[in-house]
Design a protein around this ligand. Structure first.
Ligand SMILES: Nc1ncnc2c1ncn2[C@@H]1O[C@H](COP(=O)(O)OP(=O)(O)OP(=O)(O)O)[C@@H](O)[C@H]1O
Ligand SMILES: [Mg+2]
Length: 357
């Protein structure tokens, strides 16, 4: 099931891009750092890195963007290029199966270009090794021929900036991670920031959305701007078909009820994971792969998509012995928490960070 989000109602809370997002995403993508809402820390750090590079007249250090899907990594990569007045070449880890694929991309780079590698944790080993040299010395060794007669020809690469994006920085090898001059850790967005995303998107799309409705939609967006924009579109549909097109809080609530988005923004799979943890395993601890089997999903989907948000929402705690449901999780499912259930965990943020390190 992983990755096959087809845009049906069941999938529309998935933070991954679905085909229906593509046109919308393009029109709603922020195009400059000033236009980019939220992530104050990352924005400040990037501003410094880019400003310093511009002042020196050099290419910025290689940059790794790390965080859950839909938080704006691709948008930031494009912004980095446009802030530097540079062209961006886009590829992804899975597309770089052979070192030759990467060599072709590298040799076509022009000085100052940004090379964006999405899902960089999925790059194949030979390409990764070629990347080390390219990142460090702006050169690659192309091997010509086979066996004892093989020779390696060094090839210059124009100075470029690699921007890598990953939902799993923990899956990167040490040597690759070490070659990035700067890692930006993207955080889930605060509701107030998502309200600003909604106000901006509603303006671009010409949707009449009042403040209370914006707050309602933001609160159900799982801290993820991609989901915010998707919910906005569903709410607009509802308002156009069932009302006069204006979106007030009643309209927003009614629309989101139709699409089965609960008041915390949990979707079917999140609720299934919580249900399995609480009802099937008495609240845990249980390993993530066991949980995944229980809900019929890939472990990676549970670990990278559901879990970060459930941890952030204070529903699940990660412990050395496995995942544990908090009292809040029991209550959210309408059940009384057992006396030994841990509280809505303090230090949720600290735990969440370790997920992506
Ligand atoms: N800071 C932001 N301000 C306004 N809109 C944003 C912001 N970040 C993301 N968005 C919106 O969310 C959409 C998804 O963002 P983007 O494609 O950059 O996410 P991503 O992190 O690359 O996701 P993935 O990991 O799935 O590739 C964008 O098209 C844009 O509409
Ligand atoms: Mg992306």
């Amino acid at each position: 099931m992983t990755g096959e989000f087809d845009g049906s109602a069941d999938d529309f809370l998935a933070p991954e891009e679905i085909p229906a997002d593509r046109d919308l995403d393009a029109s709603l993508r922020p195009s400059s750092l000033g236009d980019f809402i939220g992530q104050p820390k990352v924005r400040e750090q990037l501003e410094l890195v880019l400003h310093a590079a511009r002042a020196r007249g050099s290419t910025p250090d290689h940059i790794l963007l790390s965080g859950p899907p839909g938080l704006g990594k691709t948008s930031l990569a494009m912004i980095i290029a446009s802030e530097m007045g540079a062209a961006i070449r886009i590829t992804s880890g899975p597309a770089l199966e052979r070192a030759g694929d990467l060599a072709a991309m590298l040799s076509n780079l022009v000085e100052g270009d940004v090379l964006f590698i999405d899902e960089i944790h999925r790059i194949a080993r030979p390409a990764e090794e070629m990347l080390y040299l390219a990142m460090e010395d702006f050169r690659v060794d192309v091997v010509v021929g086979k066996g004892p007669g093989a020779t390696s020809i060094p090839l210059e690469v124009a100075p470029f900036t690699l921007v890598g994006a990953t939902t799993r920085s923990g899956a990167l090898t040490g040597p690759l991670r070490d070659r990035f001059g700067f890692t930006a850790h993207m955080e889930f967005y605060e509701p107030a920031e998502l309200v600003r995303v909604l106000v901006r998107s509603a303006k671009i799309l010409g949707i009449d959305l009042d403040a209370a409705a914006a707050t309602e939609v933001a609160g159900r967006s799982r801290g993820t701007p991609r989901i915010t924009n998707r919910l906005l579109r569903r709410v607009r549909d509802y308002a156009e078909v069932r009302g006069d097109g204006r979106v007030d809080v009643e309209t927003a609530q009614a629309a989101l009820a139709v699409y089965d988005v609960d008041e915390l923004g949990l979707d079917r799979l999140d609720r299934a994971v919580l249900g399995a943890l609480v009802r099937g395993f008495g609240g845990g601890p249980v390993g993530v792969s066991t949980l995944a089997v229980a809900v019929g999903e890939e472990p990676a989907t549970v670990e990278e998509v559901c879990e970060p948000f459930l941890v952030r929402a204070g529903m699940i705690a990660r412990t050395p012995r496995g995942r544990v449901a908090t009292g809040a999780a029991w209550n959210h499912l309408g059940l009384a928490a057992p006396p030994d259930a841990i509280d809505q965990v303090h230090g949720v943020r600290a735990r969440e960070e370790t997920l992506f390190d």
